[in-house]
Design a protein around this ligand. Structure first.
Ligand code: F1P
Length: 306
């Protein structure tokens, strides 16, 4: 069994721990603050999700940036950096350069990011051995969601379902997947696609759902899948079906019907639990291609530049 399997399975517990921690985390953004959230790779996608959620919750203007693309001319009340390793070069460079107070959300408490930032929120219980991130990312987002006032209890219950449920797509039956999202789930879509690329060198794309018909739909075909997180724009499922591609969404029947969870009007899984299914899908893809999902090609645990 790969390390990542155990890390994926531990997410419900990690999310509960993070939710407990959220109430005690003084260093997280206060309502009304103008905030930038930064990261690289997976951590950037979690930043995107949080930024959309924080604005939606009315807590204040929140922008997400890839750490190397932070606009130095902008002024923020706080910069939040998400970094599992705490060693990613672009993140450390930014933490050392900005004037605003900084909060690092870090997996490794001894990492430089924890020292370089004004404040740190440490998530050692969610750190990982696998190069491919799964539970650190979602646990950081669980922490931030709980800090926005969301009740993570039902979300963790959905996660319990997602770690065991049958996969909605058979990885051996498709040769391409596109993930879609709206609002905060755009970041989740990007993360799901990155998992498939990292763990399984699989052709995976991601877009905001409303933009999908503006070009990317040309890729859709029989033997390919389109997997939507969260709200689905009207008519999109039908447009995808017309291409021959499989349309995957938590509120539809398809593979999800095996759960028997939302037959009878029950609501679909929380999109963050849906991401667990996509993580498991990426690991299953790797297995079907004879790859070790813990050791992605050309990738290390963190990118430390010379
Ligand atoms: C960020 C990151 C990961 C990626 C790989 C390299 O790491 O880009 O998203 O999967 O592990 O590093 P971090 O700053 O969150 O440690």
């Amino acid at each position: 069994m790969a390390y990542v399997d155990g890390e994926i399975a531990s997410q419900p517990d990690c999310w509960r721990q993070a939710a407990d921690l959220a109430g005690r985390s003084e260093a997280l953004p206060r309502p009304g603050e103008r905030v930038a959230v930064v990261g690289c790779g997976t951590s950037w996608f979690m930043a995107m999700a949080y930024a959309a959620l924080r604005e939606r919750a009315g807590h204040g203007e929140t922008d997400a940036f890839q750490a190397s693309e932070f606009p130095a001319s902008r002024r923020y009340d706080r910069v939040v950096a998400i970094t599992r390793s705490g060693t990613t070069t672009e993140v450390l460079d930014l933490l050392g350069a900005v004037d605003a107070p900084t909060t690092a959300i870090v997996g490794d408490p001894s990492a430089p990011a924890a020292q370089l930032s004004s404040d740190a929120v440490l998530l050692p219980f969610a750190d990982e051995r696998s190069v491919v991130q799964t539970r650190f990312a979602t646990t950081a987002l669980a922490l931030l969601r709980a800090h926005l006032g969301e009740d993570l209890g039902p979300v963790a219950v959905d996660a319990e379902v997602a770690v065991r449920a049958p996969l909605p797509v058979d990885p051996t039956m498709i040769d391409q997947v596109t993930f879609l999202g709206r609002g905060w789930t755009v970041g989740l879509a990007h993360e799901a696609a990155l998992k498939a690329r990292e763990a399984a060198t699989f052709w995976a794309e991601a877009y905001p759902a409303m933009d999908y018909r503006h070009g990317p739909i040309s890729v859709a075909a029989t033997g390919r899948a389109v997997w939507a997180f969260g709200e689905v724009p009207e008519g999109l499922a039908e447009d995808v079906a017309a291409t021959g591609a499989a349309f995957v969404h938590g509120s539809l029947g398809g593979g999800y019907s095996a759960l028997g969870r939302w037959g009878g009007g029950r609501k679909p899984l929380d999109p963050m639990a849906d991401l667990i299914l996509a993580q498991r899908f990426a690991v299953a893809l790797a297995a079907s291609r004879g790859l070790d999902p813990d050791a992605p090609r050309h990738l290390s645990r963190s990118v430390v530049l010379a």
